[in-house]
Design a protein around this ligand. Sequence first.
Ligand code: UDP
Ligand code: MG
Length: 317
Amino acid sequence: METEKSLISIIIPILNEEQNIPLIYKGILGAWKNLESKYDYEIIFVNDGSEDKSGEMIKNLSKSNARVKYIEFSRNFGKEVAVSAGLHHSKGGAAIIIDADLQHPPGLIPEFIKKWENGFEAVIGVRKESGKDSIVRNLGAYLFYKIMNSIGETKIVPYSTDYRLLDRKVVIEFNKFTEKNRIIRGLIAWLGFKRGYIYFNAGKRTYGKARYSCYGLAKLAVSSFVSHSLFPLKLAGYFGTFLTLVFGVLGFLVFVNKYIVGDPWGLSVSNNTIFAIIILFSVGIILASLGLMALYIANIHSEVVDRPMYVIRSKKL
Ligand code: UDP
Ligand code: MG
């Protein structure tokens, strides 16, 4: 694999983006007008199991433009894996990762490259906080970064996106990662290197729907928790959480009733009942912890099984 300083790889993960593909392609060509004297590009579309015309369109583009390349997965493996495959196969002195839905404006590519020219090895697009998302999503994002940055060993800049440029050095190191459950942002944060930031307003998706529902995002946030083989343990966790909540609330009410408002309805809850509530509450905590442990074990399980990260049906590189 030869590396030329003048080549820049652009990696675009694609899941059912037939309406966006022509637009993002045009956007990139447009951005390249001021860059072409200095840099060559290769566009790597990673078709992550699209069921619309995306695959066909990508192949047609690659026929009309030799700089357009593609990798087609045998099914949907998820965006994080699609981008990883693109990075594995990129040859440029830098790789730019960009969404197909134009939420990552291709017009900013020259700015990313400028930062890179100034010595930054990872240039990260950061979304300016925008009120466009629902409250639930904003709160979810807030909590995600809060928790991640307090318990995780690597810090993630809030609202950093997957719109980024990575120097070849970073890509080479990134390609050494073998875990299958991955969040690229987290891995890149872990890698370190000299990072620069570009702030932008993420617009709304031009066509199609965002694939990540709130549930999907929550799932991504705890993306290591995937294997279904530990469902019974997880069930124990759910049950435990339920017990903890119910008996926590019940215990609180009984306490308030007895000691604070002085039992106005004459319930005279027996000591045995209080005892039972305390025990069930504690059992709930134990079961919930077990469920949490199941998630860690599930993660170990899926890494140990060591399946390939993705399966390619066809490619042109
Ligand atoms: N995508 C993908 N595989 C998936 C989900 C999404 O390749 O399983 C692609 C999608 O086509 C788009 C990018 O990843 O180019 C971002 O997806 P989306 O807009 O749905 O995510 P969000 O904007 O909510 O982060
Ligand atoms: Mg999007």
